[in-house]
Design a protein around this ligand. Structure first.
Ligand SMILES: *Cc1c(COP(=O)(O)O)cnc(C)c1O
Length: 448
């Protein structure tokens, strides 16, 4: 099979995600035959460094022997079983371990099979909790500008990336949207912590005004990934936890992208030393192998649903593949790697190395900011460095970087004009160096 053969067949029958398919008249789909570590290989032997972890899911490389082995072993035991009324060992073990490693106080695991569904679960549970407690007025949610929580209608409504959302506005819930603490927007000379703390006054005001009708505040802790790797200080999360308690509003932490070591700690919430009321995990949960998501919550919330059947307080939500054993076995193998190898410490070295490999970009005439939180490093391309004027979105400058990177053996899919590295943790220093060179060339080429 050749690349072209598969591309032709693909374009006859597929509709690709998040894609204007007409682009593929001139922008080829890249058919991948195999993956190994950070490398993806096409049918003609061209290789690409997967610098974005295949949309932020892969943690320990493609074809990882420990994870692949665990799935193969599980496959001979049990591929799937209904989780209502039935159980199996991988889902029990995974739940025990998630309760152990997530912030103290999260004691219950509810499974789904993708991130958006985990968000839907959290939204429905929060609303239903208040209803079970007799609080029928709580029907709304508070979110941050620039947030992203997925594509299903509930999750989409709680996001704030207009490119994905605006078209569907008539179909969506209307959240109460508070300005993001995004540190890119801070005034010159103000540090990120002070900016985040200052921006909290907007959240405090929204809570004071809307707590009576608000079920929960939903945030992506520390990094708003989809809106361009927008970063803020942990102090915002500490203030938010305290204010949610004071106002009687739940806190939903969407760690779907930032969980499992991306931000420099196993979970981003740890950096603020907080426990949310709901924590949503997916993406890296299975090491990037199989679809699985989980919504963790506190015992008091679980107890508000626990009653005689006739009271009709149960959470009657399900998905066909809830708690799939193969996916759970991939997740257990992923947690084993965290438990037996010094992943977080190793990532600190890799993160420092990523900073060094891109340090020269701070002075680039078309780079407004190079920002980093742990293993996420983002480069903001602008038209005018002095006033941070953006390139018009129609010019698709980021796409030019993407095309250049592909020609140089790297997958660097941008977010608009933001180029970022979010690599698997098995990347080497030499490979990071390579990404630094390719990104720099790509930015030179794209801003010419
Ligand atoms: C990817 C993502 C989601 C949605 O997960 P899917 O599995 O794509 O549905 C939700 N929240 C955040 C922060 C994400 O990055």
């Amino acid at each position: 099979m050749s690349n072209q053969g598969l591309i032709d067949r693909d374009l006859q029958v597929l509709w690709h995600p998040c894609t204007q398919m007409k682009d593929h008249e001139w922008l080829p789909v890249i058919p991948i035959r195999r993956g190994q570590g950070v490398w993806l290989e096409d049918f003609e032997g061209n290789r690409y460094i997967d610098a974005i972890s295949s949309w932020w899911v892969n943690l320990f490389g493609h074809n990882n022997p420990r994870i692949s082995g665990a799935i193969k072993a599980q496959l001979d035991q049990l591929e799937h079983v209904i989780l209502a009324g039935f159980s199996h060992e991988p889902v029990v073990r995974l739940s025990e371990r998630l309760v152990e490693i997530t912030p103290t106080g999260l004691t219950r695991c509810f499974y789904a099979d993708n991130g958006s569904s985990a968000i839907e679960v959290a939204l429905k549970m929060s609303y239903h909790y208040w209803r079970n407690c007799g609080q029928h007025n709580k029907t709304r949610f508070i979110n941050l500008s620039g947030s992203y929580h997925g594509e299903t209608l509930g999750a989409l409504a709680l996001g704030d990336v207009s490119l994905y959302k605006e078209t569907y506005a008539p179909l969506l819930l209307t959240p109460i949207t508070v300005p993001s603490p995004d540190c890119y927007r801070r005034e010159p000379g103000v540090d990120c912590a002070s900016h985040s703390r200052e921006m909290f006054r907007h959240m405090e005001a929204a809570l004071a005004k809307h707590a009576h009708e608000a079920c929960a505040v939903i945030v992506e802790p520390l990094v708003q990934c989809a809106s361009g790797m927008r970063m803020y200080d942990p102090v915002y999360l500490s203030l938010l936890r305290e204010a949610c308690n004071r106002h009687g509003v739940h806190l939903i932490a969407d760690e779907i992208a930032v969980g499992f070591g991306r931000t420099g700690s196993l979970f981003a919430c740890e950096q603020a030393d907080i426990t949310p009321d709901f924590m949503c995990l997916s993406k890296g949960l299975t090491g990037g192998y199989l679809p699985l998501s989980v919504t963790l919550t506190r015992e008091a919330i679980y107890q508000a649903f626990y009653d005689d059947y006739e009271k009709l307080t149960a959470f009657l939500h399900s998905h066909s593949y809830t708690g799939n054993p193969l996916a759970c076995s991939a997740a257990l193998a992923t947690l084993d790697i965290f438990a037996t190898e010094p992943v977080i410490e190793h990532n600190q070295k890799l993160a420092a190395y990523m900073a060094t490999a891109t340090a020269h970009l701070h002075d680039h005439p078309h780079v407004a900011e190079v920002r980093q939180t742990g293993m996420i490093l983002a480069i903001e391309m602008v038209k005018d460095k002095a006033n941070r004027e953006e390139f018009p979105w129609q010019e698709r400058r980021g796409l030019r970087v993407y095309q250049h990177a592909l020609s140089q053996g790297a997958l660097l899919r941008p977010l608009g004009n933001v180029i970022y590295f979010m690599p698997p943790y098995v990347i080497t220093e030499a490979e990071i160096d390579r990404l630094g060179v390719v990104a720099t060339e790509g930015i030179d080429f794209a801003t010419r």
